[in-house]
Design a protein around this ligand. Sequence first.
Ligand SMILES: [Zn+2]
Length: 219
Amino acid sequence: MAKLIYPENLKYFDIISFFTEKNFDILKLREKYKIYMPIQKHTDNVIVLSQNTTPQVADGVITDKKGILIGVKVADCLPILLYDPVIKVIAAVHAGWRSTAKGILKKTVIKMSEIFNCKVSNIIIAMGPHIKGCCYEVGQEVIEALNRETPSLEYVISLNGKKHVDLAIANRIQALSIGINTENIWISSDCTYCNHVHYASYRFHGKKAGRQYGIIGIL
Ligand SMILES: [Zn+2]
């Protein structure tokens, strides 16, 4: 049975919010709930879910609709869940390095405030299991792309002469830069590559990796 991970900063609200391990039975969840997942393409498209629930190409989804879960699927990439408990608006983001380099988390937060009048300082952010700095070796072009959007070296780690990056730290810097409160950010300590027994890791398993999920919904 795939374990569910309930983010500390979201679990006491009257919403559904969790990350999963691999082998999570999404079909069983679909029997009970309507679930919307975008067609993920490592973009910075953030859509607002309307009456039309046909999946669209996007890597971020925002909604204030009740009775429908939204989510993203990942294997090493960073899944992010957002919630404004005042206006009651949720979002789910798929942040690989490409979308992180395009500032997808910032764009999601800005869209939440523009469309729903969310106050940025009220928004709570949970980052799920992903390949962490310990295992995520990247080339110089990835660091350069990330650095253009997130000018800091805090997320770059040197290990055995190789460069690694930590996408959660890069996304945290982006979030803080637009006014998210530090205490409103939770980051899972699980690395999907280190814990490939429990998580799908594209780097470890390759194309057969499968996926885990980040899911959020207003009841
Ligand atoms: Zn690791």
